[in-house]
Design a protein around this ligand. Structure first.
Ligand code: TMP
Ligand code: MG
Length: 206
């Protein structure tokens, strides 16, 4: 059996990642695929609760300490994610290591230092970057509720994301309608799944 595909959606806050992840999971399920949603940070774990306390300003943490907690929150999910991929389940993932590096680097930490703790995590097969100008994000409901939802930081985050952009990235204009974005994402994801059925590769981050 072919292993599942790891499909990642990345982007700045309020770009519509969670909506698109939910729509992609539903559409792939409808077409008969085995698929699950993962979200980072996963706020349900003990580490995730510390991250949540930090993001909602209930707790202060050193920049490096919170960076490592975000990474640990991915590592604690790794065994279960690998098992699912190996069993042929596709994973649609809402944020991952690119967010980890982009946000912490935008805060002023060293890029290489930020990348190190995520080395060895399972690598996405396909990454969508939902790109939204910060001025548009600010107009969307809820912007500003959490610690990082500030214009200047988000602009720097977007710049780092664009520096991290890899060959396998698919850029999605997040000013498009929800439906148009969905069609584009679904089409590319289905193509990746189709190709993946002929190739059992299981990549890890270098
Ligand atoms: P969320 O809004 O998708 O739940 O993400 C919460 C915030 O955490 C968001 O501003 C992005 C940030 N973040 C990091 O700083 N590092 C990470 O590793 C991840 C996954 C998210
Ligand atoms: Mg958020």
């Amino acid at each position: 059996m072919a292993r599942g595909r790891f499909i990642l959606l990345e982007g700045c806050d309020r770009a519509g990642k969670s909506t698109q992840c939910a729509m992609l999971v539903a559409a792939l399920k409808d077409k008969g695929h085995s698929v699950e949603l993962c979200k980072f940070p996963d706020r349900t774990t003990t580490i995730g609760q510390m991250i949540h306390a930090y993001l909602t300003n209930a707790k202060e943490l050193d920049d490096k300490a919170i960076h490592l907690l975000f990474s640990a929150n991915r590592w604690e999910a790794m065994q279960s994610m690998k098992r699912k991929l190996e069993a042929g389940t596709h994973l649609v993932v809402d944020r991952y290591a690119y967010s980890g590096v982009a946000f912490s680097t935008a805060k002023g930490l060293d890029l290489t230092w930020c990348k190190n703790p995520d080395k060895g995590l399972v690598r996405p097969d396909l990454t969508f970057f939902l790109d939204l100008p910060t001025a548009e994000a600010e107009k969307r409901g809820g912007f500003g509720d959490e610690r990082y939802e500030k214009r200047e930081l988000q602009e720097r985050v977007r710049e780092v994301f664009l520096r991290l952009k890899g060959k396998e990235w698919v850029m999605v204009d997040a000013r498009e309608t929800v439906q148009n974005m969905h069609y584009k994402i679904l089409k590319e994801a289905e193509e990746k799944i189709r190709v993946g059925e002929q190739d059992g590769r299981f990549a890890e981050e270098e």
